[in-house]
Design a protein around this ligand. Structure first.
Ligand code: HEC
Ligand code: HEC
Length: 360
């Protein structure tokens, strides 16, 4: 019996060592996980801390909840606020924030009366973390390798920059994948931040994650739909965080996302080259950044994207990519499912397209 236990323990130890030593890119890449549904089977809300946490909804919890901050006694690994939509008009109570970390651990948090959620659960560290400034160069490996590419020293697991995860938000049956897979982050001076920093609202100063189930407007006319009054507000409130003009890439934060591995290996353009904030599409020129992270004079990167017109079919409105990609039972979409064919927003968009998808 004892012998078996010892064998088991050493086997387990071997497996752990093997996992730590073998670098598996597919274990964590935004491309590889682009179409993954939210994980199931875990205990919902299992990773919430106890206590009230009813203050400062929408603010960056990390300003106080960090090492050396005013709330250092409550050092979260992740925290934030959950809203119904990007305008952050109303919060989601009892929504679920699901994180899957680098090791495949599932962390589940439930939002409270003010939409706040938080956890103290450890987030696995990516030994091959690359530090960068918001996905821009310079890309500096935080790990040490020998000439053969063997890992000599992993990135410091105590640094929250190395904690990597992927996130989904669930609100009843609806779930929404969150595109960003940045590390938990901050810097040595600012060692914790929160979801509220990045997933910012549009109309509201505060940030926050959002997952909308309801329709954008409470009602739509049966005919005579308008782009300005009806279609655009839907696209703005549901599609804007991803389908925007300009650069829209997940940040470079692990070894295989470095340019020498092909920038696209783990990085994705989360707009898919589609800008739904403009009718005819957009071309945006942004200054190119040098190795020091500063703009190079007179050098630009150009991002050209198709617009709403490029994904509508006025002869068969239901067959429009805009609807097929987003309706329940339609084609696979990295942004997830937004409605079914009896949802008000869906019917309004379909009608607007059938009426010629005019820029009215
Ligand atoms: C302006 C500073 C500040 C911000 C911003 C802030 N907190 Fe706090 N928080 C505190 C302080 C101070 C405490 C009490 C610490 C102590 O008891 O030592 C606290 C305590 C807590 C607690 C412990 C239980 C309780 O209610 O006392 C939770 C949970 C919490 N905060 C959640 C959050 C969340 C979630 C956010 C972001 C939406 C957030 N906090 C933003 C300052 C802040
Ligand atoms: C979380 C990010 C995200 C959100 C939100 C999102 N999408 Fe997407 N979408 C993507 C990504 C990434 C792609 C490219 C991969 C794919 O085709 O699924 C894409 C692709 C598409 C395409 C295909 C483009 C093409 O040229 O073939 C359409 C159409 C589309 N999305 C429509 C929408 C609409 C309409 C909404 C809002 C109701 C929306 N998306 C919300 C991420 C998102």
């Amino acid at each position: 019996m004892k012998k078996i236990t010892i064998i088991c323990i050493s086997l387990a130890a071997f497996v752990v060592v093997a996992l730590a030593a073998v670098y598996n890119e597919s274990n964590f890449s935004s491309r590889g996980r682009m179409y993954q549904p939210a994980p199931e089977g875990h205990l919902i809300g299992q990773d919430n801390g106890s206590g009230g946490g009813l203050h400062h909804p929408g603010e960056d919890c990390g300003t106080c909840h960090r090492v050396g901050g005013r709330a250092e006694s409550h050092l979260f690994t992740m925290a934030g606020t959950l809203y119904e939509d990007r305008s952050a008009r109303s919060v989601v109570k009892q929504g679920e924030v699901i994180m899957e970390d680098w090791d495949g651990n599932i962390i589940s948090m439930t939002s409270n009366e003010v939409g706040n959620f938080w956890t103290y659960s450890p987030v696995a560290s990516d030994p091959y973390t690359v530090s960068n400034y918001h996905g821009h160069e310079p890309f500096v490996p935080m790990y040490v390798e020998d000439e053969e590419g063997n890992l000599l020293e992993p990135a410091d697991p105590d640094s929250s920059n190395t904690w990597h995860y992927k996130t989904w938000i669930r609100n009843g049956n609806a779930y929404r994948p969150m595109a960003s897979i940045a590390g938990v982050g901050g810097s040595s001076a600012r060692n914790r931040m929160s979801c509220n920093m990045h997933h910012g609202g549009v109309a509201h100063r505060a940030g926050g994650l959002w997952v909308g189930k309801g329709s954008t407007l409470t009602s739509y006319p049966a005919s005579g739909l308008s782009y300005q009054k009806h279609a655009y507000p839907i696209l703005r409130s549901k599609c804007s965080p991803c389908h925007i003009p300009g650069k829209a890439k997940t940040s470079v934060n692990t070894k295989t996302a470095l340019p020498e591995f092909g920038v696209d290996s783990t990085c994705i353009d989360y707009s898919g080259g589609l800008d739904l904030m403009t009718y005819e599409g957009s071309t945006v020129k942004v200054p190119k950044l040098g190795d020091d992270g500063k703009p190079i004079p007179n050098e630009f990167d150009t991002y050209s994207k198709i617009g709403v017109l490029g994904v509508v079919n006025t002869n068969a409105s239901e067959q429009s990519a805009l609807l097929l990609k987003t309706v329940s039972g339609g084609t696979q979409h990295a942004g997830g499912v937004f409605w079914n064919d009896s949802s008000l927003d869906y019917i309004a968009l379909r009608q607007w397209i059938a009426e010629g998808a005019l820029e009215n």
